[in-house]
Structure formats: C-alpha cells, structure tokens
Design a protein around this ligand. Structure first.
Ligand code: 5RP
Length: 258
C-alpha cells in the first residue's frame, strides 16, 4: 500500500485501529428520507463526535462546511433508486478526479452479490480499486444486500466480503449477523458495520455495535440508528464509547441516558 493511500486511510481508522463513521449517503437512492431532509441540520451537530463522514458529493458541496477537519468517505456508486426495478444496477457516478478535487479520504462503492447486476458492480469496484491505487485513494466496498435483507447471514456476508477483499477493496462495510466472527476471520481487510433500518430499542443498537467490535470489526459506519433517534448526540457518544473505549453495551446505554 502506497504512502498516500495509507495516510488517507489513517485519517479514517484512528491510531487505536478503530473508527466511528457517520453514514449520511442514503439520499443517493432513497431521496429525502426521514431526518435527512435537511442534511446540514442533521450532520453539523454530529461532526465533533465522528471520525469520518460518508456523504455524496452533492451533500459535501452544499451541506458540509469546507473548514471541518473530519475526513470524508465519498459515496461514488449510484444510478439506481428505490423506485426502480432493480436496486443492484449501480455504477460509478463520481469520477476519481472529482473525489481528489473534494480532497476526500476514501471513496465508497456498493456491490451486490447474487443480484442481477452482480457482475457490473464487481467489475466497477475493481476499476475503482485500479484508480484508487493509481491516485492513493482507499476504496470502501459496501456489501449491500438491497431489498433482500434476509440474506444477511454469516455464509453470505463472508462470501461477499471475501470477494471484495480479493478484488482489492481497502476496507469493507457490511452488516452484523449471527456468527459474525466467521466473517471477520475469513476477510483480511478491516470491516466496519452498517446499522441498517432504525431498531426499536437503543439497547439493540449498542448490543450489535458491542458484539461486532468484540468479534473483530474495526468500527461502525452507522446512519439511521444515530440520526433517526430523538437523541442523536447521545447515540453517537455511546457508540464512540463502545468503539474507542471498549465499553460494554450496558455501559453505552448508561452513557446514552446520562
Ligand atoms: C447502504 C448504505 C447506506 O446508504 C448507509 O450508509 C447505511 O447506513 P445505515 O444502514 O446505518 O443507515 O451504504 O448500502
């Protein structure tokens, strides 16, 4: 791994080997989803508590203060929508030149294993990795499962994550699942977990984050379970404590309610 690429990655994954990323890229296929109608209002108060932010370039240019010192992981895949026939039909929608112009620290691309456009997403990811290596830009592969959330088991996720690691992704965003240690053991690049749709109880979010870290994830890249909560600052502080201070899920809940 080249110096520039390692340097960019070190801005995201901190010295303790962990990271708290804030996912705010949902609008690229979901439009103005609940609590992200005004991205600036949602994102700004959370910035002091996160290690990286994951938006689209539209949100970066219009809703994020360029003076911040928080690295951006730029969503560069899209071209699909929740209204479309097939969610997996994603391609590269933002070129490397624009990612560099925005001074981002990594680019993020979704792949869809087992879906109609699996091949297209895997080939595009590989091309993005070629460009990432050329320009010193880390690539985050997002192992999206689209509408079929029931596919979220250890066998499927270890297959998806291992494939993108083999294709050269520098770090991976996936989902937590039963037997998550099987996923981390079979994948040789850092893994962060998404939160998925908002859970009913905060305790469940902390439990997922705690177990993911215990079983080998280097952090989280959560969105809805942070900013769709009525107390987003409490959520992010509690998640930080799990990720960076090795606190338990019960301790995180105490932090959340304090
Ligand atoms: C889905 C994505 C998202 O849009 C987002 O980043 C997910 O975050 P969360 O599930 O925690 O709301 O990457 O593939």
């Amino acid at each position: 791994m080249d110096w520039g690429l390692r340097n960019r990655l070190s801005r995201i994954i901190k010295q303790d080997g962990r990271t708290v990323m804030l996912a705010v890229d949902h609008g690229y296929f979901l439009g103005p989803i609940k609590f992200l109608e005004d991205p600036k209002k949602t994102i700004t108060p959370l910035i002091p508590y996160v290690d990286a932010i994951m938006p689209t370039r539209g949100v970066v240019r219009n809703c994020i203060d360029p003076n911040i010192d928080v690295p951006i992981v730029l969503r560069v895949s899209g071209g699909n929508s929740i209204m479309g026939r097939e969610l997996s039909q994603e391609a590269i929608i933002t070129c490397m030149e624009d990612a560099i112009r925005l001074n981002v620290s990594a680019v993020a691309f979704s792949i869809y294993i087992g879906a109609e456009y699996e091949h297209q997403t895997l080939v595009s990811l590989s091309k993005l990795v070629d460009e990432g290596e050329r320009y010193g830009m880390p690539v985050l592969a997002v192992t999206a499962v689209g509408k079929e959330l029931e596919k979220r088991d250890a066998k499927f996720l270890s297959l998806a994550c291992r494939i993108v690691a083999e294709l050269g992704a520098h770090f991976i965003k996936t989902y937590y699942c039963e037997g998550f240690e099987e996923v981390t053991q079979k994948v040789f690049v850092p893994l962060v977990i998404a939160g998925g749709p908002k859970m009913r109880k905060e305790e469940d979010v902390f439990n997922v984050a705690y177990n993911a870290i215990k079983k080998g994830a280097v952090g989280v890249d959560m969105g809805r379970n942070i900013w769709q909560n009525k107390n987003p600052i409490g959520m992010i502080k509690a998640i930080r404590a799990i990720v960076h201070e090795n606190r338990t899920d019960e301790e995180a809940y105490e932090i959340f309610i304090s």
